[in-house]
Design a protein around this ligand. Structure first.
Ligand code: UGA
Ligand code: MN
Length: 249
């Protein structure tokens, strides 16, 4: 099966560094298609050049989309990247709209700042419906993970909002293409989505806890980390005497 990775991304000083690091991971994964969705009203030059560079060779093959998050949603407490992930979902659904037989494929939401082991992609590739695994460095703990008994997910090891129906980060699950296509209305929603509820709200539209497929040795291995990049210090940027050449960073 092909893997589709949907990555929301937005302009900031570390953006190109994040995308470069992620591309260096994804280009090592066979049969992977990267859907890079900019949070922007127009595609930016930086990301367009970057995507074109990948598609010129070296990969991963990359589809570049954009959709702007409405300004009223750009504030603390609001979920991030809802519109961008939905744009990725819509692109996939459109791509397969005339497909006759069910297509083998797996979809995964890959934020631009996390750290992904290559093993993770081997694990998710065998997803039949929805698979799950631990995520490191998240929820105020060293890791969160689905609790597995007799090969089935029965609960969640987490220290944050333990009442979430699916107490899992965006980086902790993958969905088969078949599930995405047979639930055409399943999308990320903003209204009523409290912090940390986007994943649960999406997953409850397409699956149940009983149905989840535990990966990574019954959810005992951390293969992805919810790393976050520190804000860069630009305190010494010049106010005048700018550099004489224009440098893309
Ligand atoms: C956590 C989860 O890991 C995210 O999957 C979830 O979207 C997010 O919380 C949330 O609050 O909704 P966190 O590390 O806090 O993640 O969020 P970011 O990594 O800053 O953002 C998640 C993704 O959205 C990234 O790929 C980022 O580039 C993108 N993003 C962020 C935008 O496209 N626009 C923004 O304004 C902010
Ligand atoms: Mn993040």
């Amino acid at each position: 099966p092909i893997i589709y990775a949907i990555t929301p991304t937005y302009s900031r000083p570390v953006q190109k560094a994040e995308l470069t690091r992620l591309a260096n991971t994804l280009r090592q994964v066979a049969r992977l298609h990267w859907i890079l969705v900019e949070d922007s009203a127009v595609v930016t030059e930086l990301v367009s050049r970057f995507a074109a560079g990948l598609n010129r060779g070296g990969g991963p093959p990359c589809t570049h989309l954009h959709v702007l998050t409405p300004r009223r949603y750009k504030r603390p407490g609001q979920p991030r990247a809802t519109e961008q992930r939905n744009a990725g979902l819509a692109w996939i659904r459109q791509r397969y709209q005339h497909a006759k037989a069910p297509q083998p494929g797996v979809l995964f939401f890959a934020d631009d700042d996390n750290t992904y082991s290559l093993e993770l992609f081997q694990e998710m590739r065998t997803t039949r419906k929805v698979s799950v695994w631990p995520v490191g460095l998240v929820g105020g703990r060293r890791y969160e993970r689905p609790v597995v008994e007799k090969g089935k997910v029965v609960g969640w090891y987490t220290g944050w909002r333990a009442g979430r129906p699916f107490a899992i980060d965006m980086a902790g699950f993958a969905v088969s293409l078949q599930v995405i296509l047979s639930n055409p209305k399943a999308v990320f929603r903003r209204h009523g989505s409290q912090p940390g509820m986007q994943e649960s709200d999406f997953l409850r539209q397409i699956t149940t806890m009983e149905e989840l497929e535990p990966k990574a040795s019954n959810c005992t291995k951390v293969l992805v980390w919810h790393t976050r990049t520190e804000k860069v210090n630009l305190a010494n940027e010049p106010k005048y005497h700018m550099d004489s050449v224009r440098i893309e960073v």
